[in-house]
Unconditional design. Structure first.
Length: 221
């Protein structure tokens, strides 16, 4: 991956990537187009009218982006059937943030993977900051998002945990022994339901945040 400045909109969708040896990320106003970024971009000012919110390989502040995504997808999730939600958050689904290369999360995930491969070892990941929350990488944001939207859809914590654990057990690189162990934990409801500990943690944080948001809305009504 070349070193690009990345220009995104209010929900983290990439408007433009420019190969300029600058791995900064710039947030633009809603409605900004690729053509407008091109017109405003100069070698002296890579921001093209946007606001720098971080760098690939460092920390990206999504305090203005994350809440927009969560609100948008929570509204879509309300009343969503369980299997429809599962399809959304599965790898390759519409809400699989880390694999969405049209979003800053997918761009960062790919950047981290290629940087690590080039170095021959796993390096520090791009962090994401949303208010006081600091996510370890794009996968952590995705797991938080999955828990948030699942709860918004009315799916219980236990059900979400079981789906997440089954997804972990289905990974092909675990080996038979670990797969069977995770399946046993999933059915018994022990050891994070067979899910990865970090994934389980961020799923839970997302679920709790959605529950609190729903309580706040109920009080207003």
């Amino acid at each position: 991956m070349g070193v690009n400045s990345v220009h995104v909109n209010e929900v983290g969708t990439v408007i433009k990537k420019i190969d300029d040896s600058d791995n900064s990320v710039y947030l633009h106003k809603k409605g900004t187009t690729s053509e407008q970024v091109n017109k405003a971009y100069t070698k002296e000012s890579h921001s093209a009218g946007g606001k720098k919110i971080g760098e690939l390989g460092g920390t990206i502040d999504i305090s203005e982006i994350g809440p927009n995504i969560l609100a948008k997808h929570a509204a879509e999730a309300k009343g969503m059937k369980q299997l429809s939600w599962v399809r959304k958050v599965l790898p390759g689904g519409d809400w699989d943030l880390k694999n969405d290369e049209e979003s800053i999360f997918g761009v960062a995930w790919k950047f981290d993977a290629e940087k690590s491969e080039a170095a021959g070892k796993e390096l520090l990941h791009t962090d994401f900051k949303m208010g006081k929350i600091v996510f370890d990488d794009a996968a952590a944001v995705g797991n938080y998002h999955a828990g948030y939207t699942g709860t918004s859809a009315g799916i219980s914590k236990t059900t979400q945990y079981r789906w997440a654990g089954l997804g972990e057990a289905a990974k092909l690189n675990l080996g038979i022994g670990r797969t069977l162990s995770r399946l046993a934990d999933n059915f018994a409801g022990t050891e994070n339901y067979g899910d990865n500990m970090a994934d389980f943690y961020w799923n839970t944080q997302g679920m709790n945040a959605a529950s609190e948001k729903m309580k706040e809305k109920a009080k207003v009504k």
